[in-house]
Design a protein around this ligand. Structure first.
Ligand code: BG6
Length: 484
């Protein structure tokens, strides 16, 4: 691993994302010894005027919640907070970034008493509207120019644009300032344990290799549900909607890993090459295979417009036009304010031909990968019902992580991904051509929604979403099994 001084600069340090995700992830890495006090310094930058201690207090407050009075935790936390400094300034003003650069350089000089390289990681926990100006400021005032080597890397959060045109414009702006290996586009679903497991599962297991295709699989669902609405984020959400918030990025990334061909190797570029091919093979979305919903009460939020046409729920069938998947619907479904919080992949197999047990009505073979909560994988299969009769029941082969890997802490997605950015591993980040292909799939549908041509159907909070979505699921071939 590289050594030398590491500066982590969190832009938007006083905001919600930084407080809830970025700083906690950095703290976890610190606790596990990945960020050494002798090398690392963390800088917060934002417009709000705060002292170093005021920022530290905010972070301490959030990180101490529910931790009781564990002295080990508070000792670690105090050491971690000492690494943090704060600089305030505007996102488009030179002085702020010049001052930031001065602070970083001072830290580098103090830490690099022995010769070592300087590493600068800029984390943009900011709204995308300021990406271009912030990136310009970083490029002009804050690059690592050390003759001893090192790097400057930029981490950006979604949403990357609002449609193909705006995303491409943003990519070009950033592309003029930084080259692709310097840019890390985060999609935090790629940092989830069971999403990272998908390649291993598919390509390291003989069980799956011959079955993972149109000859055996009837349909695949990738589902995201939340049991709360957009409270507190209505302003942001109303501009973007569920397709841009969840489906175009998180669920589509999962689809790529489920559907892609075996990469030449585990090199990030080989993996991302295969993902792009999947995206490029997706056929245009059909309106008959799309159901949009908006939960009742969504518009009561003062930050949401009264005539909002924004979907908070969508079910969309994607069809992949290639040899492996022709005819297999990939059903992507996401919704807010539903009956449960869950993200899972459901692979439903075709019926067994010549069913001598007459067990069809008990349900098909189904392989479920639950990404959250309670990570698990289970296979629904038919077995003989224990007892004297020769009758059958549906049962499960179940690998629940909590039971199987007791005592193992599953890392948070952000923690893993930030470590990757420090290590320079881009496998779990979205490449520019991937982003483009993802927008190409959804832009026509998004424009029809934005133009008011298609309207979301109302659904009750705490329900399964519009019934039309279940009807679409049935038309796509999904056969409901017990407990779903
Ligand atoms: C974010 C979305 O990207 O993912 C949120 O903007 C959503 O709307 C969140 O709540 C869900 O993340 P997770 O990891 O809780 O599934």
């Amino acid at each position: 691993p590289e050594t030398g001084c590491l500066s982590i600069i969190v832009l938007g340090a006083s905001g919600d994302l930084a407080k809830k995700k970025t700083f906690p992830a950095l703290f976890n890495l610190f606790q596990q010894g990945f960020l050494q006090s002798s090398e690392v310094h963390i800088f917060g930058y934002a417009r709000t005027k705060l002292s170093d201690d005021e920022l530290r207090d905010r972070i301490r407050g959030y990180l101490s919640q529910g931790k009781g009075a564990s002295s080990e935790h508070s000792e670690h936390l105090s050491k971690f907070l000492q690494l943090i400094k704060y600089v305030s300034g505007p996102y488009d003003g030179e002085e702020g970034f010049q001052l930031l650069n001065k602070e970083i350089s001072q830290h580098e000089i103090s830490k690099n008493s022995q010769e070592g390289s300087s590493r600068r990681l800029f984390y943009l926990a900011l709204p995308p509207s300021v990406y271009p100006s912030v990136c310009k400021m970083i490029r002009h005032h804050c690059m690592n120019l050390s003759h001893l080597g090192g790097w400057t890397r930029i981490v950006v959060e979604k949403p990357f644009g609002k449609d193909l045109g705006t995303a491409e414009a943003l990519s070009s702006q950033l592309g003029e300032l930084f080259n692709e290996p310097q840019l890390y586009r985060i999609d935090h679903y790629l940092g989830k344990e069971l999403v990272q497991n998908l390649l291993v599962l598919r390509f390291a297991n003989r069980f799956f290799l011959p079955l993972w295709n149109r000859d055996n699989i009837d349909n695949i669902q990738i589902v995201f549900r939340e049991d709360f609405g957009t409270e507190g984020r209505g302003g942001y959400f109303d501009e973007y909607g569920i397709i841009r918030d969840i489906i175009q990025n998180h669920l589509l990334q999962v689809l790529c890993l489920v559907a892609m061909e075996k990469p030449v190797s585990l090199k990030p570029e080989h993996i991302r090459d295969e993902k792009v091919k999947v995206l490029q093979s997706v056929l245009p979305i059909q309106m008959e295979e799309t159901v949009l919903g908006q939960y009742e009460g969504y518009k009561n939020d003062a930050t949401v417009s009264d005539d909002s046409n924004t979907p908070t729920f969508a079910t969309v069938v994607l069809r992949i036009h290639n040899e492996r998947w022709e005819g297999v619907p990939f059903i992507l479904k996401a919704g807010k304010a539903l009956n449960s919080r869950k993200a899972e992949i459901r692979v439903q197999f075709k019926d067994v031909p010549g069913d001598i047990f007459k067990c069809k009505k008990q349900g098909r073979n189904e392989f479920v990968i639950r990404l959250q909560p309670s990570e698990a994988m289970y296979m629904k299969l038919t077995v003989k019902k224990p007892g004297l009769d020769m009758s059958t029941i549906q049962s499960e082969l179940d690998l629940s992580y909590k039971q199987r890997y007791q005592g193992v802490t599953i890392p948070e997605a952000y923690e893993r991904l930030i470590l990757d950015t420090i290590r320079g591993d881009q496998q779990h980040f979205v490449r520019r051509d991937e982003l483009r292909a993802a927008w190409e799939i959804f832009t026509p549908l998004l424009h029809r929604i934005d133009d008011g041509e298609v309207k979301p159907l109302p659904y009750k909070q705490g329900s399964r979403g519009p019934v039309e979505a279940d009807e679409l699921l049935a038309r796509a071939g999904y056969i409901q099994t017990h407990g779903y």
